[in-house]
Design a protein around this ligand. Structure first.
Ligand code: GLC
Length: 556
């Protein structure tokens, strides 16, 4: 399959569907919803980690890579799930989390018990000569990135939660164990691999102190040259032996240069990359835990530069607004209260007519929003809880801190999928592990499925168009109206065909002058729009949150 025709749907298993009434989503629950995924039209489903884990970071802290965590079911349930997806003709993608393991992992436990072999699987370092901590690195979840290694007097590196100990990829035995796990999944027919925080796996053995500047510090361990070597070796030893496996690396703070190597078709390390720059346009001075309006022009600039930059280097972007680590784009960049349908469809149309591989995160296809929790006790996520405390310590009032958490928390996208308007939104017969967003009476899958003009139906159309129209999957991307403060617009070109996508991301009408772009408006026809049919005009007026796509067919 032409990979740019692919649409991948991400499931966050804890919040997707609960089959046994314990309030937590599970594998059997996922199986119940395969017909729903089939109806949406996706080709592949990515399931976030469901492996054995103490759940300090909701499964990204793995204690045993080869066992299903009992909260999600059993290994037999997983075999059943794999079989059901196969029958449905939907491929599966699993998350591969190898930057760290949980401290509950047997290797870490053995290391703790004194086993030197396994101590070298991690970054265990003594204090400095003067007795101070081995380095001043900061955890991505707040606080220091090191923790006492039992009572040995040493420390281990933990770039994320304290319970997630960083693995030392420089150790060849460790790398072999990683490859064994990947091969085990590939042998069982898993066709997709999503590698967690992949571009930070090449840490310097000396772990030098940083200047204290967080951006400088990230450079010490991000996109180091050895990461490319590790990926190439991993490919040779695992997925490189297959020609139908799709791989995506989660690359934090990466640049186009490195991304084009990771996701380049000739360099061929991975099929594509996730990067996050476009989701940092509401950070104040680069700081996530701030309350700042988002910068629309910057958003356009970043997405446009990625599209053009990666294309020039023949490399592939993953296209996405949402995942389990991001607040809902719908709440963040649009207005789901006053324009629920228009907001969700506009955002979908903006990203899904770009070049790359589309990822949809559970719930966006029905217009789910941030929950706007009223108390910090409703949050479950370790990063959100840590940063709430950090904000209070920095002098914010509880109300101010809660507002920031409400806008930036990862839990914003982790509330249960809203299947119906009924009890607990049809997610569970028990009590959900995290509160639902209160709007499930209005925003739910059942309602979407009963309406042929729903957000879900719009997603179906977008997915279908990507399959049918080569210009969407393969056309050249050309930004237009780059300085327009309301409209995100671009052209796509393939042979003699042209497509124009106009998206008014504002609640005001927007008038754009297309006279230099549309040579002959009458040669364009309507392809898709969230206000219904439109004709091409040189001076084109878009209504609030209107998205319109027009196409000029090749005469030949
Ligand atoms: C990735 C995951 C995130 C997790 C982190 C540490 O960013 O997407 O959920 O917390 O890695 O594993």
């Amino acid at each position: 399959m032409n990979q740019n025709k692919r649409v991948i749907y991400q499931i966050y298993p804890k919040s997707f569907m609960d089959s046994n009434g314990d309030g937590l989503g599970d594998l059997r629950g996922i199986c119940q919803k395969i017909p729903y995924l089939k109806e949406l039209g996706v080709d592949m489903v990515r399931i976030s980690p469901f492996f054995k884990s103490p759940q300090k970071d909701n499964g990204y802290d793995i204690a045993d890579y080869l066992s299903v965590d009992p909260i999600y079911g059993t290994n037999e349930d997983l075999d059943f799930l794999i079989g059901e997806f196969k029958k449905a003709g939907i491929d599966l993608m699993f998350d591969m989390v190898f930057n760290h393991t949980s401290v509950d992992h047997i290797r870490f436990q053995k290391a703790l018990a004194g086993d030197k072999k396994y101590q070298d699987f991690y970054y265990i370092r003594p204090p400095k000569e003067d007795g101070s901590l081995p380095n001043n690195r900061t955890s991505k979840f707040g606080g220091p990135a090191r923790k006492e290694f039992g009572d040995t007097g040493n420390y281990y590196l933990c770039l994320y939660d304290k319970s997630q100990a960083d693995l030392n990829r420089a150790n060849p035995d460790l790398r072999k164990e990683v490859y064994k796990i990947i091969n085990y999944r590939l042998e069982r027919g898993i066709k997709g691999l999503r590698f967690d925080v992949l571009n930070v796996i090449g840490k310097d053995q000396a772990l030098p102190d940083s200047s204290g500047d967080i951006e400088e510090e990230k450079k010490l361990y991000t996109d180091t040259p050895v990461v490319h070597e590790y990926i190439r070796e991993m490919k040779r030893e695992t997925f490189g032996k297959y020609d139908d496996v799709v791989t995506v690396g989660e690359m934090s703070s990466t640049d186009i240069e490195n991304s084009s190597l990771y996701g380049g078709r000739e360099t061929g390390e991975l099929s594509m990359v996730f990067n996050f720059h476009h989701l940092k346009v509401d950070y104040q001075d680069g700081e996530k835990w701030t309350d700042a309006p988002f910068d629309f022009l910057r958003l356009k600039e970043i997405l446009n530069a990625r599209q053009v930059g990666m294309d020039e280097k023949n490399a592939t972007n993953a296209l996405f607004w949402n995942n389990h680590d991001q607040p809902r784009a719908n709440s963040r960049f649009a207005d789901p209260i006053n324009y629920p349908f228009e907001s969700a469809t506009l955002l979908a149309q903006t990203i899904q007519l770009m070049k790359g591989v589309v990822f949809i995160y559970q719930g966006e296809e029905i217009g789910m929003t941030n929950p706007n929790f009223k108390s910090i006790d409703q949050y479950r996520d370790v990063e959100s809880k840590n940063n709430y405390e950090i904000l209070l310590k920095a002098g914010k009032s509880p109300e101010e801190a809660l507002k920031i958490i409400g806008e930036k928390s990862r839990d914003d996208s982790r509330t249960p999928l809203q299947w119906t308007g009924g009890e607990e939104a049809g997610f569970t017969t028990g009590r959900p592990w995290i509160d639902l967003a209160e709007n499930y009476g209005e925003v739910n899958a059942e309602k979407n499925l009963s309406d042929e003009n729903s957000i879900f139906a719009y997603y179906q159309k977008l997915i279908k168009l990507r399959k049918e129209e080569d210009i969407i999957s393969d056309g050249k991307y050309l930004p237009i109206l780059e300085k327009d403060p309301q409209v995100f617009a671009y052209l796509r070109e393939l042979g003699g065909e042209k497509l124009i996508n106009l998206n008014n991301r504002s609640d005001k009408e927007a008038e754009v002058d297309l006279s230099e772009i549309l040579d002959d408006p009458s040669s364009y026809s309507y392809l898709l729009g969230n206000y219904g049919e439109r004709e091409a005009e040189k001076i084109f007026t878009l209504r609030p949150y209107e998205a319109v796509c027009l196409i000029k067919r090749d005469k030949k």
